[in-house]
Ligand binder design. Structure first.
Ligand code: FAD
Length: 627
């Protein structure tokens, strides 16, 4: 009897962050899904930092949540600390970040997937793909089993021909303690895919019992922590664990430099390009040699464990050099090391080989998501997984492609950047990559995306109902502020406290709120009507107050950005036929013909973002298309 005598709708290869969201999305939409991963114990393992979110990444987690994914819910339920970063800047920059309990995070993801009926599991390694006439039919595994499916999503992370480096030692592996994945790259190359090599690294983990925290600065979580998910299923933390800050110094640097000769980074053994914004400590010493110290964040790995993650001390220097240098860091004099830092090199496939749905251009029904596409980060991986899982289901059932535009979501920005421009170094999200970042805020991800997700069959009707209520309550609150005159006596007390000029005549409360430093929470207390209305919002009160405040304070900027987005949407709306033969457009330069043929942009907007494509090329295309 065969173990797998069925043809699955979707096979997801790899149970990392991309694979977990991909499997959940396709299965929740109704696809019979098989998740094949090398170790079922390590589902959604955080390979590096035990944290989710952060600048621009926090926005992505909230978008995944609004779309009906689980990264936010799992984070909330396993968080040990929550912070809203950049609160002193404008709301486009506010970014939620949570420190997670690494072990519980992985455990809860596994239980979450087990809770979805349509997900089957198989622990094995995929070594080959079954393909006929440029269409995927299934996979072959290391246990010599053929498993068939209508579509396959590959989310192999850092495992494809992964090579771990630690000083002069190097060995195959996808992550410390786990085997590398061999076979998929080789097969894809034979099929004509281009591939490249990237690298990343992770710092040492130490025994928290051996650290002297009195020599470090404490970094507690927010006093009034929020949470990631818009769902009432999760609650903000009632207790948190602190992180700490300490610094390297010239003595630490001197010891680290003694290992440079043996460093795989400097002696040419590592060829792949690494994440520019997450450099190793040796990279930092090399690039910023004038700096006397570098900041380190000392982060607990969970509620109970004493293991500590030394954020900022990523290194592939020999373990004894890492250890000796570490002991010279204030607070680390008696440190005991649990695991040394290391670097890893792995194969990736330039994402310009993908369509917007993350389906490969070369092989039908084959999708790539996550680090395999040259990205770095759990959040970047998770959202791609979700998009690939959704699209695999849609295509299998002859349904419309599901894509998001750059003005709808950071996810749209990420995928458009990847498939249009490609990436030669690990791609991570930043707010600066989004041209409409005031529209793509973390606080309105639910308003932007829940309706679309509900139509797809992912976000529940209850979720949608909740978002509709939030929108309605916000409108009512804004209307009340616009129609209520300020109580001069009470409002002036608030203004005086915040060094804002006092009112001499009655103005509407929305005008008072537009002033810098004046918070809605303070203004509410000046009016019985506002108190009464805000109390009627129930558990949506905090969100509605935040939403109202942002919409009133930034209304001018938001309208301006919407206006620009609408204009650009017209360019995005000008489609380019699939069968256009660029070689026949003689006015285009050879370079432009080559780039346009390779990327095969779907719209004029996308064509305009291909690096090297000039405004004159766009004019030629518009003329050709009869515009
Ligand atoms: P992964 O989380 O890597 O998951 C891949 C999964 O696929 C694994 O479960 C694996 O078992 C499975 N798999 C692979 N091949 C096969 C196969 N053939 N058959 C079956 N299953 C397979 N990110 C940052 O943002 N900043 C950092 O500083 C950073 N440092 C890192 C340091 C290290 C050492 C490592 C390993 C990763 C680091 N990352 C960092 C990257 C981060 O871990 C990834 O971005 C994220 O985990 C990618 O998610 P993914 O789902 O694409 O892949």
């Amino acid at each position: 009897m065969s173990l797998f005598n069925t043809t699955y709708d979707v096979i997801v290869v790899g149970g990392g962050h991309a694979g977990s969201e991909a499997a959940a999305a396709s299965a929740n939409m109704g696809a019979h899904t098989l998740l094949i991963t090398m170790n079922l114990q390590n589902i959604a393992q955080m390979s590096c930092n035990p944290a989710m979110g952060g600048i621009a990444k926090g926005q992505i987690v909230r978008e995944i949540d609004a779309l009906g994914g689980y990264s936010a819910i799992v984070t909330d339920k396993t968080a040990i600390q929550f912070k809203m970063l950049n609160k002193s800047k404008g709301p486009a920059m506010w970014s939620p970040r949570a420190q997670s309990d690494r072990k519980r995070f992985a455990e809860l993801w596994r239980l979450t997937l087990e809770g979805i009926d349509n997900v089957d599991f198989w622990q094995d390694s995929v070594v080959d793909l079954i393909i006929e006439k440029n269409k995927i039919l299934g996979v072959k595994t290391a246990l010599e089993i053929d498993i068939f499916s209508k579509s396959v999503v590959i989310t192999a992370g850092t495992f494809l021909n992964g090579k771990i480096h630690l000083g002069e030692k190097q060995f195959g592996g996808g992550r410390a303690g786990e085997r590398a994945s061999i076979g998929i790259t080789e097969r894809l190359i034979k099929l004509g895919f281009e591939h490249g090599r990237m690298k990343t690294g992770t710092p040492a983990r130490v025994d928290g019992r051996s650290l002297d925290y009195s020599k470090m600065e404490e970094q507690p979580g927010n006093d009034d922590p929020l949470k990631f998910s818009f769902s009432p299923e999760t609650k903000p933390l009632t207790k948190q664990r602190s992180c700490y800050i300490t610094y390297t110094n010239p003595q630490v640097h001197e010891v680290l430099r003694t290992g440079f000769e043996k460093s795989p980074l400097f002696n040419g053994r590592i060829m792949g390009s690494g994440p520019r914004y997450c450099p190793s400590i040796e990279d930092k010493l090399d690039r910023f040699s004038e700096r006397e110290r570098h900041q380190l964040f000392i982060e607990p790995e969970g509620w109970e464990t004493c293991e500590i993650y030394v954020n900022g001390f990523s290194s592939s220097l020999p373990e004894d050099v890492q250890f000796e240098a570490m002991k010279l860091i204030p607070g680390f004099e008696n440190a005991k090391m649990f695991r040394p830092g290391y670097a890893i090199e792995y194969d990736y496939f330039p994402p310009t080989q993908l369509n917007y749905t993350l389906e490969t251009k070369l092989i039908e029904n084959l999708y790539f998501a996550g680090q395999i596409n040259g990205t770095t980060g759990y959040e970047e991986a998770a959202c791609q997984g979700m998009m690939a899982g959704i699209n695999a289901h849609q295509k299998n059932n002859g349904l419309e492609e599901f894509t998001l535009s750059r003005s709808e979501a950071y996810i749209g920005v990420l995928i458009d950047d990847l498939i249009t421009k490609g990436t030669e170094e690990p791609y991570r999200m930043f707010t600066s990559r989004a041209e409409y970042r005031l529209l793509l805020r973390q606080d309105n991800a639910d308003i932007r995306l829940t309706e679309i997700s509900n139509k797809l069959g992912l976000a529940s009707d209850e979720r949608l109902e909740r978002v509709r209520k939030k929108i309605k309550f916000t409108e009512e609150f804004i209307a009340l502020l616009k129609n209520t005159g300020a109580n001069l006596e009470k409002v002036n007390v608030v203004l005086e406290k915040n060094n804002s000029s006092l009112l001499t005549q009655k103005i509407r409360l929305d005008k008072v709120l537009s002033r810098p430093n004046i918070s809605l929470n303070e203004l509410i207390k000046t009016s019985e009507k506002l108190i009464e209305l805000s109390e009627s919002f129930g558990d949506l009160k905090t969100e509605v107050i935040e939403q109202t405040e942002v919409q009133i304070k930034y209304s001018g900027y938001i309208l301006k950005e919407k206006d620009v987005a609408n204009k650009i949407t017209r360019l995005e709306g000008t489609s380019i036929p699939n069968d256009i033969d660029y070689s026949k457009l003689h006015s285009l330069s050879n370079e432009s013909k080559e780039k346009l043929s390779k990327i095969s942009p779907k719209t004029i907007g996308q064509a305009s973002r291909i690096s090297g494509i000039k405004p004159t090329d766009i004019n030629i295309l518009l003329v050709y298309l009869g515009r």
